[in-house]
Design a protein around this ligand. Structure first.
Ligand code: SDX
Length: 434
């Protein structure tokens, strides 16, 4: 392994008879990089990096992750401190506007969002006629796109006032939409937000209360939801955030970009993993096989078995979010008076994996999805709602990253190149001669 480049010294690349300096791009924390922006023009050669394992798509000052040390910071603030002391809307303000709000700024932000939590009756009607069997993430993506139909005045991606309005409308209506998706699937009436009830408390009541029921939601439920949303709020250039940025780079509006992010997040290798973890734990419980037998199937890669909720492209250490969720799981279940044998199985799986060479050598640790499903279940959510809850939490991060990309004067429409490995030139063959 050659010595790391000295600070501000460009890398030098020799390709055949082409020599090119690759200027450095300095990080304020974590690894710096080298720019290949002129590589093709100067050498006629492109780089190839499937999955972008070695490629930074942008510079960003929103979120910092150190995968080796298990560090996560939003705008420089450690996730542990934000989870302990902040609220989801305050974190949303921080991610989107770059600084923690003053009290008047936060009160104005919260009040503006509170005012917009309602959905028009026609919008409710659209959600009400979706098949009850619709997958929640399909409904969520469609609902986000539908916002563009109802709020055309907030669509122009180049108009700062329109972008600010779209930001508020998305944050305000996401809890209402997610609660409606849950109730549609359950065949329950769609409830209305109540002004001044509080963002998370409104969401929980619209999700779980019966029509007309005055519920006294336990603080433990509201606090647990608020913390889980904070933990999911941003995660630098993950698959769905990169999708939001790529779609936005074509100057598609914020709703279209966020809806694309919802689609990417629905994949089981990404946001869909929290639902897959519960299925995996239940499979272990119901199959009667002991955990060790299941782990052997994973290590032997039988029928593509993976340890869902384990592993991460960036974290090669314990995901700090998983550590926070694991620590709070006991407290939340006890406060809600819930026990869950799947939590015991999860702990047994983790205990075995952290001692097993297969996982240790590959630096596979629990990620954010490993324990969250157990808490969501304890809160009363069906597993089909786990990924919409992930999207709910990730919304401010998607918005912040999209706005950063749109404000960056170096942004160009995303259009990767390729290496062609198909047929050489050949002539058309009439079907009678084939
Ligand atoms: C999220 O990017 C983000 O920030 C995402 C996220 C966010 O907040 O946005 O953190 C949210 O998506 C968390 C990840 C949720 N997904 C899962 O829990 C699904 C299970 N995890 C794996 O599919 C996998 O770990 C990924 C997709 C998360 C990461 O895969 P990589 O980085 O492409 O790693 P890889 O597939 O190349 O694996 C390297 C090796 C392979 O073994 P070998 O070929 O060397 O023998 O590790 C093995 C893999 O088979 N491996 C696993 C494994 N993950 C990787 N083996 C068993 N179980 C696993 N979970």
């Amino acid at each position: 392994m050659s010595a790391p480049l000295e600070t501000n010294q460009p890398a030098h690349l020799s390709l055949g008879n082409a020599d090119v300096d690759l200027p450095r791009v300095e990080a304020t924390a974590g690894g710096s990089g080298v720019s290949i922006a002129n590589l093709l023009a100067k050498t006629g050669t492109v780089t190839v990096d499937p999955g972008f394992m070695n490629t930074a798509a942008c510079t960003s000052d929103i979120t910092f992750i150190d995968g080796a040390k298990g560090i996560l910071r939003y705008r420089g603030y450690p996730i542990e401190q934000l989870a302990e002391h902040s609220s989801f809307l305050e974190v949303a303000y921080l991610l989107i506007h770059g600084e923690l709000p003053t009290l008047p700024e936060l009160e104005q932000f919260v009040e503006r969002i509170d005012r917009h939590m309602y959905l028009p009756e026609d919008f409710r009607e659209i959600l009400s006629i979706q098949p009850r069997s619709s997958h929640p993430m399909a409904m969520l993506g469609a609902a986000i796109q539908t916002m563009a139909c109802f709020y055309p005045e907030s669509m122009d991606p180049l108009n700062p006032a329109a972008v600010e309005l779209a930001t508020v409308l998305l944050l305000a209506k996401m809890p209402t939409i997610v609660s409606y998706i849950h109730r549609r699937a359950a065949g329950h009436a769609l409830l209305y937000p109540m002004r001044g009830e509080g963002y998370i408390r409104n969401f929980a009541r619209m999700t779980f209360a019966d029509p007309g029921e005055v519920v006294d939601l336990p603080d433990a439920l509201v606090d647990a939801l608020d913390t889980l949303l904070i933990l999911h709020a941003d995660h630098e250039q993950n698959c769905s955030t990169s999708t939001v940025r790529l779609v936005g780079s074509a100057q598609a509006n914020l709703y279209s970009s966020i809806s694309a992010g919802v689609a990417a997040l629905s994949g089981p290798l990404h946001g869909g993993a929290n639902e897959a973890v519960l299925e995996m734990l239940a499979l272990i419980r119901d199959s009667g096989r002991d955990v060790k037998t299941f782990m052997t199937r994973v290590k032997d890669k039988q029928d593509g078995a993976k340890l869902m909720g384990f592993g991460h492209r960036v974290y090669k250490n314990y995901d700090p979010r998983a550590a926070i969720v694991k620590r709070s799981a006991d407290k939340v279940l006890a406060a809600l008076g819930v026990t869950d044998e799947l939590l015991d199985i999860a702990r047994e799986v983790e205990g075995i994996a952290l001692q097993d060479d297969y996982f240790v050598q590959r630096k596979l640790y629990p990620n954010v999805d490993f324990y969250t499903g157990i808490i969501y279940r304890a809160l009363g959510f069906p597993s089909s709602m786990f990924t919409p809850l992930f999207a709910f939490g990730r919304l401010p991060g998607w918005i912040a990253q999209w706005r950063e990309m749109m404000a960056d004067p170096t942004t160009k429409i995303g259009r990767p190149r390729q290496i062609y490995v198909g047929h050489a030139l050949r002539d058309f063959v009439p079907i009678t001669d084939r």
